[in-house]
Design a protein around this ligand. Sequence first.
Ligand SMILES: NC(=O)c1ccc[n+]([C@@H]2O[C@H](COP(=O)([O-])OP(=O)(O)OC[C@H]3O[C@@H](n4cnc5c(N)ncnc54)[C@H](O)[C@@H]3O)[C@@H](O)[C@H]2O)c1
Length: 369
Amino acid sequence: MTGPLVVGVVGAGKISEQYLANMAGYPDLDVRFVADLFPDRARTQADEHGVPEAGSVEDALARDDLELIVNLTIPAAHASVASAALTSGKHVWNEKPIAAEQEDAVALVAQAAAAGLLVGTAPDTFLGPGLQVARSMIERGDIGTPLTASMVFQSAGPHRWHPNPDFLYQRGGGPLFDMGPYYLTALAQMFGPVVRVAALGSSSGPTRTIGEGPRAGESFDVTVPTHISALYEFANGLEAQATFSFDAALERVGILEITGTSATIVPPDPNRFTGDIRLVKAGADEDHVVAAGERPAGRGIGVVDMARTIRGRNAGAGHRANGGLALHVLDAMFATAESMDTGAFVTVDSRFEPVAPLPDGWDPTERTL
Ligand SMILES: NC(=O)c1ccc[n+]([C@@H]2O[C@H](COP(=O)([O-])OP(=O)(O)OC[C@H]3O[C@@H](n4cnc5c(N)ncnc54)[C@H](O)[C@@H]3O)[C@@H](O)[C@H]2O)c1
């Protein structure tokens, strides 16, 4: 096959806005269909973004022209929608986490491999210039030998602004599974796989009240910890600490600091694609600030990388935001949750293939297929 990869989107909620807007500017992707449990919602998003057709998930999966499904449903539906997409012969890209249950994620990766199809997973922020440049600076020795890392995401929680935030406080969500993937995926690029985790978790209360949108004022149940303090040990002996919280009045988000023997590097927010990178040396008069640059990037660049792999245009690198990486990050998050329950260190057995950096000049807005 040649030409742009033909894509269908399943899940026309909040994040579909960014994906549909971005993918319209990525000529290697041809988005032809939007589906949702609520077909009206799918139609509205399709019309808004110039996508020709919309309908139900069954309609999408029955189409022979769609080659890849971008699955933007809530975490509890990620595995079933993705598995159905694979069964219908289509590649699949899942929003994060890859699945709400470990066994479903393992089954999904195995199903894709058996079918000769690809499964990719957000986040693709680590492919943005911010984290790519930071990674190259670490690899060329700008911080000396890496030692430790510190990650902080703390806010008062997304129930304040999300129109349907229930899933963000239930299994597959919470600050660990909702925000953890950005930080742990970014750090996995720099430190490799996690081998051991210890964590404590707590919650500020059993319900939250929606702040905005048509359901404002409605309360829903919180069923997962909303504050997590965790320690991670990596296979190469490095260590990291993390705070993931929806319980903090003081907002401190996007903090990923990596310290080596000669400096600390502060990349941009791992939930963003670009920004300045700060290199801090003890005793220096001022920090060294590197601009990551304006290379185009946004949610969906991982799908472009996948499309180029599917068409054989990825110079043997393999698609980067792949299911094996997502599975390892999910395992690390489940180990975190288990440690919160047991009070003991929990080992993480899964590993992932190292992910090649993007080549210089890689551009999702370029037509290559
Ligand atoms: N909202 C954000 O800022 C944001 C940012 C990054 C990633 N994400 C991720 O994107 C995903 C979706 O989040 P969202 O905020 O857009 O949620 P949302 O609730 O706004 O939208 C989800 C959509 O999926 C549909 N859906 C649910 N189950 C379905 C099923 N089985 N089949 C078909 N459609 C189904 C819903 O009807 C809804 O329209 C989540 O995995 C989330 O972690 C969200």
